[in-house]
Design a binder for this molecule. Structure first.
Ligand code: DX5
Ligand code: ZN
Length: 218
């Protein structure tokens, strides 16, 4: 059985009570921070100053999910702020390997993401340059959307490839993950589960984290 990591997304937290809402998820394995720029996705969230403060106030590893154009230009800037891992969208860069190497050289884990309509096979050859691959299970941009179970074949093919090549690459899923869908994603082979509304929509956030963790380990 795989070691499952839970990454609550603060996209569904209260943006003016972030410190409180970060403390509420101390039982999680990392905190997922969604950066959107109004161009790569039709939404705008937060930028460098807030990511920097989040890194200062939380004890959790900070997992930054960049939904922005030109990550080649901006990802290294975010990497300097204290993040543990940086995810950029494969479709937003022409030089994913160069960027991954740059991030790793800075001591930050590198991850690429694929949107629901993007195949992952063309990227198989570069997986060893990355610490994690993110399979989006909603169209990126907003929290609270419906889980796309048709992405599970992609997760399974990815897990098979990673296992067959003896790699330690993590597979993250993001979008619509809850204690209902956690068993499905874990069985398909994902080991890092992002959950926004399922955690922050619950009155007891610690309980929600433990419910998702338990459901994934069944
Ligand atoms: C969506 C973001 C997600 C979002 C997930 O584009 O990348 O991280 O917070 O929210 P839920 O878990 O509510 O689907
Ligand atoms: Zn995300």
């Amino acid at each position: 059985i795989m070691d499952i990591q839970i990454a609550p997304s603060i996209l569904s937290a209260d943006f003016v009570n972030l410190e409180r809402d970060l403390q509420a998820i101390s039982s999680a394995d990392m905190v997922h921070v969604d950066v959107m720029d109004h161009h790569f996705v039709p939404n705008l969230t937060l930028g460098e100053p807030i990511v920097e403060r989040i890194c200062q106030v939380t004890d959790l590893p900070v997992d930054v999910h960049l939904m922005i154009e030109d990550p080649d230009r901006w990802a290294p800037e975010f990497a300097q702020l204290g993040a543990s891992s940086i995810t950029f969208h494969a479709g937003a860069t022409h030089a994913p390997v160069r960027l991954a190497r740059q991030l790793r050289k800075m001591g930050v884990k590198a991850c690429f993401a694929v949107r629901p309509a993007e195949p992952v096979e063309p990227l198989f050859d570069i997986i060893d340059e990355f610490d994690m691959v993110l399979v989006m299970t909603v169209e990126p941009g907003f929290g609270g959307q419906k889980f796309l179970d048709n992405q599970m074949n992609k997760v399974r093919r990815l897990r098979d490839y990673i296992t067959a090549h003896g790699m330690a690459t993590h597979i993250q899923v993001d979008g619509g993950v809850s204690s209902q869908t956690a068993p499905i994603v874990a069985q398909a082979g994902a080991d890092v589960l992002v959950a926004g509304s399922a955690v922050y929509g619950a009155a007891d956030r610690a309980q929600a984290i433990s419910d998702i963790r338990q459901a994934a380990q069944k």
